[in-house]
Design a protein around this ligand. Structure first.
Ligand SMILES: *Cc1c(COP(=O)(O)O)cnc(C)c1O
Length: 849
C-alpha cells in the first residue's frame, strides 16, 4: 500500500444560502422538518440515498441544484424562515434561566455510551441511545447547561440485512466523519484535542469531536487515529462489539477519557450524570484527580458522590455490565496505587458479593448520591433486585428512585400532525409541551381532520415500507414477479399494527404467533383486513434473538400472511419515525416486568397511534382505560410458558372482541370510537411522557440538588466532604451499640382502633456513644402485606428524657390508616447533609414488643 492524504472538497455554496452549512452541523435540524426540507428540496433522490444526512448532502449536491435553490423565491422564503427560527431558538429565554439563574453557566456532564440523535449519526443501538439523544435535545430546549460525553464509533452499530433464508446479517460500513454532523473539538487555544488513556502496557490516544445539538454540545471520543496501533484503533470501532476486553477498554475510554476530555476543553462540571453503568469509570478518574490534589481518598469519595446521579436502565440481571476480578486487576491495577487502596479496597467499590464479580451498576451506585430507574415499576423492580445490598432497610425504602422516561416530542411528532396542532392548540404550544392543560384542546380537532391526517400518514408510511421491501428483495435477487408483487403489499385501508424494537427475547416478538390457526383466521377476514409491520435488530451475539427474526421472516412469506406481515430491515430512527407515525396500533409484549420503560409506545401515542401493551415499563403510568389497551396481568407467573400462554390468549381475544371491532365500527369511513381514543391518547400521553417533563424532573429533583451539595462538599478545601465522611465512619464503627431496648405500645392493647386516630407510643433506646442528634428514632407503620409492611410511613419520636448512660426515652404519636396495619420502631443515622434518607444504609429495629 502507498500513503496518501485525504482532503474533503465541497462545492461552493452561494452566499445567499451560505448558512446551510451551519444548519447542517446543528442537530436542531433533526426536530425541525422545515430545516430538513431545505436539503430535501435540492435533490430528493439524493437526499433519500444519503439517509437524510445534511452534511453529506452539501458535499455531494451538484452545483446546479445549489444555484437553482439560491434563485428560487419559494426556497429562499423557507430558508429565511428556518434561519430566523434557528436564531430565535438559540437566543430565547429559557425555563432553566428563569428558574435557576444562579446555575445558568454551570455545566452538568451527561455520560452515555450511545446517543441517538438522528439517522445521519449512527452511534446508537436502541432505546438507551435514543433516550440519551432526546434528553440532550430537551436540555437544549429548556436551557439546561448540559454537556454530553460519549464515544464516536467508526462503524457505529451494525447495519442489518435479512438474507433469503431470513437470517440477519450484520454489516459494519465505515463512517466518514467529514461527511457527518460532527466537527473536531478545539481547546481554548483553538487546537484539536487528543486525550491519553492508559490501558495495560500502553497509552491509547483519543481524538475529541463535538456535535452541536441546539444550544448544547456533545463531545465524542475516537481512538481511530494514527497515534494508536492497529489494535487500539479498533477499540472504538463498534458500539457493543467485541469481547469482555473490548468492553472494559471502551468503558475506560468513555469514563476516564471523558473526564480528561472535559478538563482539556476547560469544562468543569458541577454535577455528573452516569447514564447506565457503562460510563461509571468516570468516578475513578474524578477520584484520582482529587487524591492527586491531596484530598484523602475517603473524603474524595464523599465529594465525588455528592454531585453524582446514576440512572439504571435494565431490570434484567444479565443486562448489567460485570467483569471478573482478574480483568479488573489487569486493566485497573494502576488505580490501586494512584488512589492508595489495596486490591480488596478497590474491588469493594463495585464488588457483587453474590455473584463474585465487579459490577458497573454497583460501582455507579456506590459513587452516586442519587440513583434512579426509568419508570415507577422499574424503580420498584430495581429496589427488589438490589435489596441485598441494603439488608437493614425495607425494599420500599431502598434508595433507588424513579424518573419515568419521555420522548423529545418534536423529534417524533409528524410534521402533518404538528401543523394540525398549530391550528388547534394555543400558540407557542411547542415550548409548553409538558403543560397538560394545553393538550385539552385536542378535543377541538374535528374527527374528520384528525383521521384524514392519520390516513395520509399511513399511506406515506406504506409507500416507505414497500420501497424498503422492494430494495430488500432486489438485493436478495428474488424473481422479478416477487419484486413486482410488492406494489400489492399492505392495504392503506387495513387495520395496521406496528411492532418494532430490539429483538431481545424478553420482548417476545413472536407472541402473536403462538396459535397460528387463530392468527390465520384473524388475517383472512376480507371484511376486516389486518396487517403487521415488524422491524428490529438482534444483537449479533444473540442467536435466540436472530431466530425470532427468521421465524417472522418465514411466516411473512407464507399464505395467508404474505403481503400482510412485513419485516422491515435495519430498524433505525428513520424507520422508527415512519412506523410510529404511520400505523394504527403499537403492539408491545414484553415479559412482565422486564421492560424498564420502553419509549417507542410514547412516540406512537404522541402521534395518535393506540398502544396495545403489556402493563410493563411506562404503560401502567400511561394507561387509563380510555387511551389504549392493556394485555395480560400485572404479576409474575410460575413459569414463562404459562405467562406466554396467558398473555397470547388475552391478546387474541382483545383483538377479536375489542380492538378490531372498534377500528371497523366506521361511520362514513370515520371510526368515531377509535378517533375518540386517539384523542384521549394524545391528550394524556404527550405532555406526561415528554422529555421536557422528564428533564425538568431530573433538574428539580436531582441536578439542582447535586450542584448545591457538590459545591458545599468541595468548599473550604473539602471540609464538608470530610465532615460527612467522618460522621459516616463514626456511625459505622459504633452502630453495633445501637438498639431499641423496649417499646411501650400498651395504648394499643385491647382497644378498638379507628382510622385517623392518634396512638401514643414510647420507646427506650440505647445509643452507646452516639448522640441523639445524630439519629432519628421513628415509628414505622404501614399495611401488612406478604410478611412485610407496605405503603411505609415513618413518624419521628421525640426525646423525652435520658434514663442512664447512653439510654434515652422517646415518645410520640402517630396515626394509622384503615385496614390491617403494622407498626414498629427503628433507629437510623441522620445528618443534615445526607442526600437521601438512607445515604448511610443503617437501621436498628425493635424486637418483640
Ligand atoms: C425509540 C426507539 C427505540 C426504543 O424503543 P423501545 O420501545 O424502548 O423498545 C429503539 N430503537 C429505535 C430506533 C428507536 O427509535
Amino acid at each position: 500500500m502507498f500513503y496518501f492524504r485525504t482532503v474533503t472538497v465541497s462545492p461552493s455554496i452561494p452566499e445567499r444560502i451560505g448558512r446551510l452549512k451551519e444548519l447542517s452541523y446543528n442537530l436542531w435540524f433533526s426536530w425541525h422538518p422545515e430545516a430538513l426540507e431545505l436539503f430535501r428540496r435540492m435533490d430528493e433522490p439524493k437526499w433519500e440515498e444519503l439517509n437524510h444526512n445534511p452534511v453529506k448532502m452539501l458535499l455531494q449536491v451538484n452545483n446546479d441544484s445549489l444555484q437553482r435553490a439560491a434563485a428560487d423565491p419559494d426556497y429562499l422564503a423557507l430558508y429565511d424562515k428556518v434561519l430566523a427560527d434557528l436564531d430565535r431558538y438559540m437566543n430565547a429565554d429559557t425555563w432553566f434561566k428563569n428558574k435557576y439563574p444562579h446555575l445558568a453557566d454551570k455545566p452538568i456532564a451527561y455520560f452515555s455510551a450511545e446517543f441517538g440523535l438522528h439517522e445521519s449519526l449512527p452511534i446508537y443501538s436502541g432505546g438507551l441511545g435514543v433516550l440519551a439523544g432526546d434528553h440532550c435535545k430537551a436540555a437544549s430546549d429548556i436551557g439546561l447547561p448540559l454537556v454530553g460525553v460519549g464515544l464516536l464509533y467508526k462503524q457505529g452499530y451494525f447495519t442489518q440485512r435479512i438474507n433469503r433464508e431470513g437470517w440477519q446479517e450484520a454489516h459494519y460500513p465505515f463512517q466518514n466523519y467529514n461527511e457527518m454532523p460532527v466537527k473536531p473539538a478545539l481547546n481554548e487555544e483553538g487546537r484539536e484535542i487528543i486525550i491519553p488513556v492508559e490501558l495495560p502496557g500502553r497509552t491509547v490516544h483519543l481524538k475529541v469531536w463535538q456535535v452541536q445539538v441546539g444550544r448544547i454540545k456533545i463531545y465524542l471520543m475516537d481512538a481511530d487515529i494514527t497515534l494508536n496501533n492497529d489494535h487500539d484503533r479498533q477499540l472504538t470501532a463498534q458500539l457493543y462489539g467485541g469481547d469482555k476486553d473490548t468492553r472494559i477498554s471502551q468503558e475506560m475510554l468513555l469514563g476516564i477519557g471523558g473526564v480528561r476530555a472535559l478538563r482539556q476543553l476547560g469544562i468543569h462540571p458541577v454535577a455528573w450524570h452516569i447514564n447506565e453503568g457503562h460510563a461509571a469509570f468516570l468516578c475513578l478518574e474524578r477520584l484520582q484527580e482529587l487524591v492527586q490534589a491531596g484530598v484523602p481518598l475517603a473524603t474524595a469519595r464523599e465529594a465525588v458522590r455528592a454531585n453524582t446521579l446514576f440512572t439504571t436502565h435494565t431490570p434484567v440481571p444479565a443486562g448489567h455490565d460485570v467483569f471478573d476480578a482478574d480483568k479488573v486487576d489487569y486493566y485497573l491495577n494502576r488505580y490501586y496505587g494512584a488512589l492508595g487502596v489495596d486490591r480488596n479496597g478497590f474491588m469493594s467499590f463495585g464488588w457483587d458479593s453474590r455473584k463474585n464479580n465487579f459490577n458497573m451498576t454497583i460501582l455507579a451506585m456506590n459513587f452516586a448520591a442519587y440513583c434512579n430507574g426509568v419508570s415507577k415499576l422499574h424503580g420498584e423492580v430495581s429496589r427488589k433486585m438490589f435489596h441485598y445490598l441494603y439488608e437493614h432497610i425495607p425494599i420500599e425504602e431502598v434508595p433507588i428512585f424513579s424518573v419515568t422516561n419521555g420522548i423529545h416530542t418534536l423529534t417524533w411528532l409528524s410534521k402533518e400532525l404538528a401543523e394540525l396542532f398549530n391550528a388547534y392548540l394555543s400558540p407557542g404550544w411547542t415550548s409548553r409541551i409538558c403543560d397538560a392543560n394545553l393538550w385539552q384542546s385536542i378535543d377541538n380537532i374535528p374527527d374528520e381532520e384528525l383521521w384524514d391526517v392519520h390516513r395520509s400518514l399511513k399511506k406515506k408510511a406504506i409507500y416507505f415500507f414497500r420501497e424498503s421491501v422492494r430494495k430488500h428483495k432486489y438485493r436478495n435477487q428474488e424473481p422479478a414477479e416477487h419484486i413486482a408483487e410488492v406494489d400489492e403489499y399492505l392495504n392503506p385501508e387495513a387495520f395496521t399494527i406496528g411492532f418494532a424494537r430490539r429483538f431481545a427475547t424478553y420482548k417476545r416478538a413472536t407472541l402473536l404467533f403462538r396459535d397460528m390457526e387463530r392468527l390465520a383466521r384473524l388475517f383472512s377476514d376480507p371484511e376486516r383486513p389486518v396487517q403487521i409491520i415488524f422491524a428490529g435488530k438482534a444483537h449479533p451475539a444473540d442467536r435466540p434473538g436472530q431466530d425470532l427474526i427468521k421465524r417472522i421472516y418465514e411466516i411473512s412469506q407464507q399464505e395467508p400472511f404474505r403481503g400482510k406481515i412485513i419485516f422491515i430491515e435495519n430498524y433505525d430512527m428513520n424507520v422508527a419515525r415512519h412506523m410510529v407515525q404511520g400505523v394504527d396500533m403499537w403492539l408491545n409484549t414484553p415479559r412482565w416486568p422486564m421492560e424498564a420503560s420502553g419509549t417507542s409506545g410514547m412516540k406512537a401515542a404522541t402521534n395518535g397511534v393506540i398502544n396495545c401493551s403489556v402493563l410493563d415499563g411506562w404503560w401502567p403510568e400511561g394507561y387509563n382505560g380510555e387511551n389504549g389497551y392493556a394485555v395480560g396481568r400485572e404479576t409474575g407467573y410460575r413459569s414463562d410458558e404459562e405467562q406466554d400462554r396467558d398473555d397470547a390468549y388475552h391478546l387474541y381475544s382483545l383483538l377479536e372482541e375489542q380492538i378490531i371491532p372498534a377500528y371497523y365500527d366506521q361511520d362514513n369511513g370515520y371510526p368515531r370510537r377509535w378517533i375518540k381514543m386517539m384523542k384521549n391518547c394524545i391528550k394524556t400521553i404527550a405532555p406526561a411522557f415528554s422529555t421536557e417533563r422528564m428533564v425538568k424532573e431530573y433538574t428539580d429533583r436531582f441536578y439542582s440538588e447535586a450542584v448545591r451539595r457538590g459545591e458545599q462538599f468541595a468548599s473550604n478545601h473539602f471540609h464538608v466532604a470530610s465532615q460527612v465522611q467522618d460522621f459516616k465512619r463514626y456511625m459505622k464503627d459504633n452502630w453495633h451499640h445501637v438498639a431499641v431496648k423496649h417499646v411501650d405500645a400498651n395504648a394499643v392493647k385491647g382497644k378498638e382502633l379507628k382510622a385517623g386516630e392518634t396512638l401514643e407510643l414510647a420507646a427506650d433506646v440505647y445509643l452507646g456513644p452516639i448522640a441523639p442528634d445524630n439519629v432519628v428514632v421513628e415509628v414505622v407503620h404501614g399495611c401488612e402485606g406478604d410478611h412485610t409492611l407496605v405503603g411505609i410511613k415513618a413518624t419521628p419520636l421525640k426525646v423525652a428524657g435520658q434514663k442512664g448512660e447512653g439510654i434515652y426515652h422517646y415518645r410520640g404519636g402517630f396515626t394509622l390508616d384503615q385496614g390491617t396495619c403494622g407498626f414498629t420502631v427503628r433507629i437510623r443515622p441522620e445528618h443534615p447533609l445526607f442526600a437521601t434518607k438512607f445515604e448511610l444504609p443503617l437501621a436498628s429495629w425493635a424486637h418483640n414488643f
